[in-house]
Structures are given as structure tokens and as C-alpha cells.
Design a protein around this ligand. Structure first.
Ligand code: SIN
Length: 316
């Protein structure tokens, strides 16, 4: 039996396997490196970096829910200067792609961050977080196709790095926003960011989170994420990094078969830190069992007949 080929190509980037991690769940440096060598991943995606340091939201800002978690961290990070000086050098010796997730309150912030990272050694791509539900202007850019278009177009002009734009089902015109970022030149989309929810302390009759709302992640949102990946892959020819409750190889395979190019393990790593590499070996085992030699043999092979298609509702 030939060796299984997990290589995945997106534009000029060649990933050794299709498994990465979701921004915000894997730290910003080597936090998970004592669990497994990070080079076993297809890519590492960092927690969001902003122009200036951010303290994040008031605590409590994490709440466990059935099959998931609410977070309202509020983009806590030490800012781009610290990131370039202290975090990136760590990754320069790790033989995998580094995708840096960035967020701003204005187009100018995004452009500034993209320019700062453009020629930094070791950065393979940017992920534009235009869909954080936990900060004041976090969802602004993905709320309207014209704003989403503008930010992506400006960032595209400011950097040679490939960009992935992270979108949220909170966008009312989801497919319109997706189309806009594709027209603006995004190299791929990351689907999906968390969905706002809340929980209540019935003794105190107060919200469990200081910020009232938090972004719901984990297996609870996986079917929703899968639906959006399906809808986007049906409508557009655009690479997709899929995330939303992916915890096992079975979950990852559902997304790959639906057409995802990369899959990102997120909340699962808080429960099982080795989940991402278990997903890599589980995909390999599945391909062997099915007598395939390459992950591309199964990507986008979901069988949906014409009748099912015409009965299915559309997103948006
Ligand atoms: C956060 O830091 O609030 C989470 C980031 C996000 O959901 O985009």
C-alpha cells in the first residue's frame, strides 16, 4: 500500500496535511508544544493580534454549555509590537505554516497590521478576523458586503501574503458578504466564527458572562458550520478553512467530504490537547481503510442528487 498523501494546496501554499487549529484556542506561541511537536500540523493559526495591546473583557468571560462553550475574551493580546518581537521568532524554527489572525477597529488598523506582517520571516498568511462577536466593532465589517469588500481590498493592496477572511453566521447576508470578500481578492474564507449566545445564573438572576453575550463554539455549532461550508462550496470556487466544533477525525472528514480545504480543531483542544494530531492520524486511517492514497480523493465528494439540491433551502 502506498503512503497516504495528505498534502493540501491552496494557491501557492502547500500544507503537509489539512489539519490546523482555530484562532484563539491554541495560544500565540508554543503553549501546546509540550503535548506534541507543532510541525505535525498542516498550519498553526494564532490568537488574534491587534494594533495596540488589549486587556480583554471583564471576567467571567468563559462559560461551559451543553456540547460547547461561550467565550467573551475580547481579543486580549499584547499587540503587534510584542507579537513580532516575542512570538514570531518562536515559529521561525517550526516547520509548518504560520497563519496570523489579525483584527482592527478600522480599515486603517487592518492595513497597518498587514503591512507590519508583510515581510516578517515565518509568516505564511493572514487571517482577517472581521467577525469577532465580543468587541464593539468586531462584527461591523462582516455585517455588510460593501464594508467587507473594502477591508479585504485594502488589505490585499497592502500585502503580498495570502489572506483568509473569517466570517460569521451573524452576517445577515452571509453569501453576499462571502461574494464581496471573494471579489475583493481574498484567497480563502474561514468558516465559521462563533455565534452569540448567553447563559443565566438563576440564583443571582444575572448573566453568567460579564459581557452578557459570548461566542458559542464547540460541537453544538458543528452542524451549523457544516451547513455554511456546504453552501459556500456550492456557490463559489473558493478555498475554505472549516472550523466549528471539529473534535475528531470523523468530524473533520464530514467537512473534507463537503469540500473544506483545511479543517481547524478549536474548542476540543481545551478538553483534549492532542485532538489536532489525533485528527491527522484518524484521517489517514480512514483513507487507508477506504483504499484511497490521497486526501484529495475524498475532498468535495459529497453525494447530493438533483432532487435533494432543489429541495434544500439556501443560506443568506
Ligand atoms: C475573543 O477574543 O473574544 C474571541 C475571538 C473571536 O471570536 O473572534
Amino acid at each position: 500500500m502506498n503512503k497516504i498523501n495528505l498534502t493540501t494546496k491552496i494557491g501557492t501554499l502547500v500544507f503537509k496535511n489539512p489539519v490546523t487549529v482555530a484562532s484563539g484556542t491554541f495560544g500565540s506561541k508554543g503553549e501546546y508544544a509540550h503535548y506534541f511537536p507543532l510541525e505535525r500540523l498542516g498550519a498553526v493559526v494564532t490568537k488574534t493580534v491587534t494594533r495596540a495591546p488589549r486587556r480583554g473583557n471583564q471576567m467571567p468571560r468563559i462559560w461551559e454549555t451543553p456540547s460547547g462553550m461561550l467565550n467573551s475574551i475580547g481579543l486580549q493580546n499584547k499587540g503587534i509590537d510584542d507579537f513580532i518581537e516575542h512570538k514570531i521568532p518562536y515559529f521561525q524554527n517550526i516547520k509548518t505554516h504560520l497563519i496570523v489572525n489579525i483584527a482592527g477597529e478600522s480599515v486603517d488598523d487592518f492595513v497597518y497590521l498587514a503591512k507590519r506582517l508583510d515581510s516578517v520571516k515565518g509568516v505564511s498568511a493572514l487571517e482577517l478576523n472581521i467577525s469577532c462577536p465580543n468587541v464593539k466593532k468586531g462584527l461591523e465589517f462582516c455585517a455588510r458586503p460593501d464594508l467587507a469588500f473594502e477591508v479585504v481590498r485594502e488589505v490585499k493592496q497592502a500585502t503580498k501574503l495570502p489572506i483568509f477572511t473569517k466570517l460569521s453566521p451573524e452576517a445577515r447576508d452571509f453569501l453576499g458578504v462571502t461574494e464581496a470578500v471573494i471579489k475583493a481578492g481574498t484567497n480563502g474564507v474561514s468558516l465559521i466564527n462563533t455565534i452569540r449566545g448567553m447563559a443565566v445564573d438563576i440564583e443571582k438572576r444575572t448573566p453568567q458572562l460579564a459581557n452578557i453575550f459570548g461566542g458559542l463554539s464547540g460541537p453544538a455549532i458543528r452542524p451549523i458550520a457544516l451547513r455554511y461550508v456546504y453552501e459556500v462550496k456550492q456557490a463559489f470556487d473558493i478555498p475554505v478553512i472549516a472550523m466549528g466544533g471539529i473534535s475528531t477525525a470523523q468530524d473533520a472528514l464530514e467537512f473534507l467530504i463537503t469540500g473544506a480545504d483545511l479543517v481547524a480543531v478549536g474548542t476540543a483542544t481545551f478538553v483534549n490537547p492532542t485532538a489536532p494530531i489525533e485528527v491527522v492520524s484518524g484521517i489517514e486511517a480512514y483513507l487507508k481503510r477506504k483504499k484511497h492514497t490521497s486526501v484529495s480523493d475524498i475532498r468535495g465528494t459529497l453525494k447530493v442528487n438533483q432532487e435533494q439540491k432543489s429541495n434544500g433551502a439556501t443560506a443568506g
